[in-house]
Design a binder for this molecule. Sequence first.
Ligand SMILES: Cc1cc2nc3c(=O)[nH]c(=O)nc-3n(C[C@H](O)[C@H](O)[C@H](O)COP(=O)(O)OP(=O)(O)OC[C@H]3O[C@@H](n4cnc5c(N)ncnc54)[C@H](O)[C@@H]3O)c2cc1C
Length: 379
Amino acid sequence: MTDDIASRPGPAQEPSQSPAGGPILFAPATPAAFGSAPIALAPDATPLSAGPGDPTEARGGPVEGKVLILGSGPAGLTAAIYAARANLEPIVLAGSTPGGQLMITSDVENYPGFPDGIQGPELMAAFRAQAERFGSRIVDIDVDRIDFTSRPFRAWARGTEYRGDAVIVATGASALWLGLESETRLRGRGVSACATCDGFFFRGKEIAVVGGGDTALEEALFLTRFATKVHLLHRRDRLRASRIMADRAFAHPQIEVQLNTSVEEVLGESHVEGLRLRQTDTGEGREVALDGLFVAIGYKPNTDLFRDVLDVDEMGYLKVHHETGSKIEGVFIAGDVHDHRYRQAITAAGEGCKAAIDAERWLEMHAGRPATVAVAAQG
Ligand SMILES: Cc1cc2nc3c(=O)[nH]c(=O)nc-3n(C[C@H](O)[C@H](O)[C@H](O)COP(=O)(O)OP(=O)(O)OC[C@H]3O[C@@H](n4cnc5c(N)ncnc54)[C@H](O)[C@@H]3O)c2cc1C
């Protein structure tokens, strides 16, 4: 193996926190790092990546492939690898966040195959290089309109029409943030939105979780495995979470629930050193010294385009039928765009694989059939 990922020059690495102490620096990643790893093309592969922007627009007319993949996170790019290797000539419409959510984190320590961890953007650059190596065409552009009423299915982005006999929707979800400049600046430097992913970095530390729903409480309870103390901050006078979760949080000796408390600022230059808080009932302000902040105020699934076309659940996530299917035959779903339970790169990648295999089998069965859409049985 000459193209060993571990030997590639990745984005500059910040030192990670040692569990014993020191600043917590786990995500200095910037989207610019995406694609920084050298892309090794197979000798006979055509470099089809359109990269940022959409040069196909200049050519005019629809751009056709057997499979359209919407999204380029772990789900979309894994689907592209499998679809390309099955000769399905996938076109990946990568969206405005090529690489997906892992582009805003750095140390990914739970993705199998990387015993020393890997930077999120470096991991996604490797996914992309692998998808391109087998001929996936990747265009870094947001789809702004779709038509799944007949085959080939159609999607438009900046005026260009893309067509595919099958579609894999892998548009993911976006974590909701408080919207503070200091929160953005210190993201990955003590500010996180994923306890499963980053909790380990806070062993022996004092941290805060913002939010009042079940997810926030789950995160807070999970984080007690690592942190010495977890401040649970909620701006209202009562938690939104279920009674059972609230009881567990209030009873936990390492969790201090602080109601009527909003975060005004995350303190620290290069890493989180504390929070400026305000009592929402009295207006009183105060500062607390802390090592980390987990924002757990929710996720927004990127499903606006599909709400009138595919089934969505009460939280706005797409509903899958029969593993990766949707209510429209030939339209498949993978990753966080429907999964609000696991929300991990490995599960999203696994679903991308499954969706591509399902698309390939479905195309095989439907090759040569008239282009009609059959609504699949609800499963
Ligand atoms: C801060 C943070 C740290 C994390 N750390 C870890 C970790 O250490 N380990 C781990 O396993 N998981 C981690 N995760 C979770 C992991 O990133 C997600 O579970 C995973 O990225 C989901 O992959 P996905 O492909 O389903 O969607 P996403 O990664 O969300 O990708 C969605 C893609 O869809 C595209 N898109 C959106 N709208 C459109 C549109 N209209 N047209 C075209 N494309 C569109 C976007 O540009 C993007 O490319 C972390 C998440 C966050 C937020």
